[in-house]
Design a protein around this ligand. Structure first.
Ligand code: 5GP
Ligand code: ZN
Length: 120
C-alpha cells in the first residue's frame, strides 16, 4: 500500500523531494520548521504516512498521535521555547476549511518563544 499522496507537499517533504529544515525524524514522524513562522519558534509535526487531516484519524492512530503530543514539549524546549509556566507553547491542528487548514496532510503546529508574535 502506498502511504504517500503524489500531489501532497508534505509527503514530498517527507520523501526529501522538497527541502525542509528538519527538527526531528523517526520511523513514523517527521518534524520541520514552518516556512512562514508566526512565532520565534514554529515547527510542524507530521505523521510520515499521508493522513489528510484529524478528521481521518482512526482508533489505530491513537499511539501515533499520543507519540506526537508527548514529543511536542520536548522538541519545544529543544527549539528554544521557555519552560512552563512563564514560557510554554501553543499547539494548533487546523482541520478542514472551517478549521483554516491549507495543507491537507495532518500537521500539528507548535509555536512558542517570547511575545509579541507575528500572528496568533
Ligand atoms: P495550515 O493552515 O494548513 O494549518 O498550515 C500549513 C502551514 O504549512 C503554514 O503555516 C505554512 O507556512 C506551512 N507550509 C506550507 N508550505 C510549506 C513548505 O513547503 N515548507 C514548509 N516548511 N512549510 C510550509
Ligand atoms: Zn501527504
Amino acid at each position: 500500500m502506498n502511504h504517500f499522496d503524489a500531489d501532497c507537499i508534505f509527503c514530498k517533504i517527507v520523501k526529501g523531494e522538497i527541502p525542509s529544515n528538519k527538527v526531528y525524524e523517526d520511523d513514523d514522524i517527521y518534524v520541520f520548521h514552518d516556512i512562514s513562522p508566526w512565532a520565534p519558534v514554529h515547527f510542524l509535526m507530521i505523521p510520515k504516512r499521508h493522513i489528510a487531516s484529524m478528521a481521518q484519524l482512526e482508533e489505530s492512530d491513537t499511539s501515533l498521535m499520543g507519540k506526537i503530543m508527548t514529543l511536542a514539549p520536548k522538541l519545544a524546549m529543544e527549539e528554544g521555547c521557555r519552560p512552563y509556566p512563564e514560557g510554554g507553547f501553543r499547539v494548533i491542528v487546523n482541520t478542514g476549511d472551517d478549521g483554516g487548514q491549507e495543507v491537507h496532510h495532518l500537521h500539528v503546529h507548535v509555536m512558542g518563544g517570547p511575545r509579541p508574535w507575528a500572528k496568533g
